[in-house]
Design a protein around this ligand. Structure first.
Ligand code: SAM
Ligand code: SF4
Length: 428
């Protein structure tokens, strides 16, 4: 259905229009917002790993034993932080959350963490006021000494890739650790954090060889560790993965089908609910709702962020910006005192609406009043028919305040966000 507004013409010489909206609608609150710097998040990308997992679609460099390039990269990163902060005038902005992602940030060594954090502290006046500092880790790269350094540097959330607690499944996925080493890494991290940080662990649903029994065992093991947060990603066999090459094309791997995978997720959701692990997004469940990733939730709500490092991207105002994905180019451009930015995108106001629906629904609830305030339109009117259908099929509940995902909506992940944004796009 396409919404149109018809009006009968009534030609007159109307009084001069001096502005829109009229001065009557202006107030002080908008002024206050303009006079304070708006908060932003910082993302730092570490593109290296010590292994190449068969399911992984990230573009990472498998280092094995050759590590001199890490030092060169860390130096380039620090130089980029200096240059980009100045170029975009970011230095005095309030810092909301910081996220070191990868790849495997935990493969850096102590002095490299210190160098990067020193560059951030030097450039961002308000770095110390952030509400959360997250870092991604992999079990074999976790040591007591590194964890102590990270605690000293102010990390408050560690996110560890575990994927499975079953030795055979882990091995089939091409990862270097086993169940024991996963427990050991979690234990070291819990002790070193000593209450300063919360720990999230990632599980992957749909790995090769997974059965109901092995999956249920992994979910139980994850809960038994007592970590504050558990994320379950659905394994996507993208074309650049080993799993795709071996399994999807040649059917040589025993991959669970869609129905089985859905069963795994349904089991995890029921089990998490019984253990009082509550969802804040459709894939992350936290103990008593305690450990939302403030970086992820804020950027999904549209907060500005800057991405430092190869292939990193960010969003400033009405634009997205991304660095080159070529590691050699990244370092040489930065060494030549240039920013390694390679492409960007300027949002239209329509993009901002669609983006808010798509990203907002990931957080389980879309604030309808906020949407009207930001975009001037009522989403519940624009998408009336689609919302009615989604409600009838029990994917959402709709009130005058918000659209909320039901447990079925959560199970289907991006389905509701995608359906609503398709309905919006059909009007464009
Ligand atoms: C950057 S990695 C996390 C840290 C570390 N590199 C590790 O693997 O232990 C982020 C997460 O992405 C998820 N991931 C990787 N490949 C995936 C795929 N094909 N589909 C869905 N999730 C995937 C994994 O669960 C992984 O823990
Ligand atoms: S899952 Fe993690 S460790 Fe494995 S290749 Fe991907 S980023 Fe590296």
């Amino acid at each position: 259905m396409v919404a149109t507004v018809e009006r009968t013409l009534n030609p007159t010489r109307v009084p001069l229009i001096t502005n829109y909206p009229s001065f009557r609608k202006w107030d002080k609150s908008a002024l206050e917002q303009k006079l304070t710097d708006t908060p932003m998040c910082i993302y730092v990308h570490i593109p290296f790993c010590t292994q190449r997992c068969s399911f992984c679609y990230y573009k990472t460099v498998d280092l094995k034993d050759h590590r001199p390039e890490v030092e060169i990269y860390v130096d380039a990163l620090c130089q980029e932080i200096d240059m980009a902060t100045e170029r975009f005038d970011l230095g005095n902005r309030p810092i909301h959350a910081v996220y070191f992602g990868g790849g495997t940030p935990s493969l850096l060594v102590e002095h490299q963490f210190e160098k990067i954090v020193a560059a951030l502290r030097k450039n961002f006046t308000h770095f110390e006021n952030k509400v959360q500092f997250s870092l991604e880790a992999e079990p074999l790269t976790v040591s007591k000494s590194k964890m102590d350094t990270l605690a000293q540097l102010g990390v408050t959330r560690l996110s560890m890739g575990i994927q499975s607690f079953n030795d055979q499944i882990i091995k089939l996925s091409g990862r270097g650790h086993d169940e024991k080493q996963a427990y050991r890494a979690i234990d070291i991290a819990q002790k070193a954090g000593n209450g300063q940080w919360t720990i999230n662990i990632d599980l992957l649903s749909g790995l090769a060889g997974e059965t109901d029994e092995t999956w249920q065992e992994s979910v139980e093991c994850a809960l038994n560790t007592g970590v504050e947060s558990i994320t379950v990603y659905k394994m996507e066999a993208f074309a650049n993965t080993e799993v795709f090459k071996l399994g999807v094309r040649e059917e040589a791997l025993n991959l669970p089908d869609e129905e089985q995978e859905m069963g795994f997720m349904r089991y995890a959701m029921e089990r998490f609910e019984r253990a009082n692990y509550l969802p804040w997004s459709f894939f992350t469940y936290t103990k008593n709702g305690c450990d939302e990733s403030r970086y992820i939730s804020s950027i999904w709500r549209g907060m500005d962020f800057y991405g430092f490092g190869v292939s990193a991207f960010g969003s400033l105002g009405d634009s997205l910006l991304q660095n080159t994905s070529d590691l050699e180019k990244y370092s040489s451009i930065v060494q030549g005192a240039q920013l390694p930015l390679t492409r960007g995108y300027r949002f239209t106001s329509f993009d901002l609406m669609v983006r808010e629906v798509l990203m907002g629904m990931k957080l389980l609830r879309l604030d309808l009043k906020g949407f009207k305030k930001r975009h001037g339109l009522r989403l519940e009117k624009l998408c009336y028919a689609t919302l009615k259908e989604l409600e009838a099929e029990d994917f959402v509940s709709v009130s005058s305040e918000a659209i909320d995902l039901t447990p079925k909506g959560i199970l289907y992940g991006d389905y509701v966000g995608q359906t609503l944004s398709d309905a919006l796009k059909a009007m464009a």
